[in-house]
Design a protein around this ligand. Structure first.
Ligand code: UD1
Length: 417
């Protein structure tokens, strides 16, 4: 199992390009299930989660052709096996995103229930409830969701909570339904908008993506299209935090601050200077950051996927910060590992109180989930001495060539096999 060895103390500086967004690419690749024509994607990130999704789509009969460095053509013309097995879904929860498109196009799907994951229970009841509202017959048998419908019917769906993949699944299903579907309490995440843009270029009729009410007029068929995946706002935020903690000065390319308002605001509150360009962001950090409190909530509020990284920067900031997690019930697993590096953090329910310390010290730590791993990398960049991060397969799920990108910015980081 690969590990990452980081020698703390280097100030990050220079430029590096960001990749396409994992959380936009995953649903968008599933959109290829909605048409028998080839769909061409660009700016697809090289990540383990993307490889898993391509394997899953390939198993279903989708033709997968690589095209250049970050291009991909998916051809759903040969779709013949509408099944997502437990083996696939257990390694990547986002596999549930095949459910809506499969039922909408082929009338049937068998998708394993994702079950629990490290950050909480994460049920998919809202995905199921929405499909049932559209007339699908859904049974849960032997750990699988088995959904059937001759043709889905447009419906008015109000989800009980804001769910990102739930909104995406139902929006994709509604594209081929008979009549109008209205999704209320819809997720407003930029990745939902990127998916909607891709679907519209495939012939879907969608309005309201990016607001909490999305309207979809079903059409008989979708067609092929070309779509470029949006930049990864969480990867961008993670590198901004990495530079901030080291007192660095970096410029991130091929990205946008457009979807990072709350993250940029918090970094400025922490004392960083941020310059926003059309396709780049520059951050200049102060010698010592100020503590910043935050509360996670659905977009446009502060993203839960940036909570762990801000926990790391608060560990060495001046002052006390309260971090409140409201999306997932068990998303503080990085706390114990950060404490192994010398952080002072106290958990009270879904609040973490972080008291900034003067310095962290390198140790062996364990990555527990994707963003928790990112927080350990960030902390390791300032910890005195060496930090060995074990189980970095979590990082490889969501950060493209992380050690190369960090090394380009001057970090001392090595992958050890
Ligand atoms: C997506 C993102 C993930 C991010 C999360 C919250 C992808 C591939 N993943 O995950 O990186 O952390 O949004 O921004 O885009 N819930 C239910 N029933 C459901 C669906 C959700 O109870 O049917 C609950 C979840 O347990 C959670 C909350 O709703 O507490 C939000 O989850 P959701 O937005 O669905 O997260 P994901 O879409 O899985």
């Amino acid at each position: 199992m690969d590990k990452l060895l980081i020698e703390g103390g280097q100030v990050l500086s220079g430029e590096v390009a960001m990749s396409g967004a994992k959380n936009a690419a995953l649903p968008i690749l599933c959109a290829s299930l909605l048409t028998a024509e080839p769909v061409h994607f660009t700016n697809v990130p090289h990540l383990n989660d993307i490889s898993t999704m391509l394997r899953l789509l390939g198993d279903m009969g989708v033709g997968v052709t690589m095209d250049g460095v970050d291009g991909l053509v998916l051809n759903g013309g040969g779709l013949n096996n509408p099944v997502a097995s437990y083996e696939m879904v257990k390694t990547m929860r986002a596999s549930i995103l095949v459910l809506g498109p499969l039922v909408a196009r082929g009338g049937e799907a068998r998708v394993s229930l994702p079950g629990g994951c490290a950050i909480g229970a994460r049920p998919v009841d809202q995905h199921i409830k929405g499909l049932q509202a559209m007339g699908a017959e859904v049974k849960v048998e032997q750990g699988y969701v088995h959904a059937k419908a001759t043709r889905l019917k447009g419906a008015r769906i109000c989800t009980d909570m804001v769910t990102v993949t739930g909104t995406e699944n139902l929006m994709m299903a509604a594209c081929l339904a008979d009549g109008e579907t209205i999704i209320e309490n819809a997720a407003r995440e930029p990745e939902v908008v990127d998916l909607a843009n891709c679907l519209v270029s495939m012939g879907a009729r969608i309005s309201g993506a990016g607001t909490d009410v999305i309207r979809i007029q079903g059409v008989d068929k979708l067609h092929g299209a070309t779509h470029s995946i949006m930049p990864d706002r969480i990867e961008t935020g993670t590198y901004l935090c990495a530079a901030a903690i080291t007192g660095g000065d970096i410029r991130l390319l091929k990205t946008s601050a457009a979807y990072l308002d709350t993250v940029v605001d918090k970094l400025m509150d922490a004392g960083c200077e941020i310059t926003v360009e059309r396709d780049a962001i520059r951050l200049v950090a102060p010698k010592r950051l100020k503590a910043v409190s935050l509360r996670t909530a659905p977009y446009p509020a502060f993203p839960t996927d940036m909570q762990a990284q801000f926990m790391a920067i608060n560990c060495v900031a001046d002052g006390v910060a309260t971090i409140r997690e409201t999306i997932f019930e068990n998303r503080f697993m990085h706390v114990n590992e950060l404490m192994r590096l010398g952080a002072n953090i106290q958990i009270e329910g879904n609040n973490a109180i972080v008291r900034g310390v003067d310095r962290l010290e390198g140790a062996t730590v364990m990555a527990t989930d994707l963003r928790a791993s990112a927080s350990l990398v960030i902390a390791a960049l300032v910890a005195q001495g060496e930090t060995l991060i074990d189980r970095i397969y979590h990082l490889d799920r969501g950060y493209e060539r992380i050690e190369e990108k960090l090394a380009r910015l001057g970090a001392s980081v090595k992958r050890v096999h």
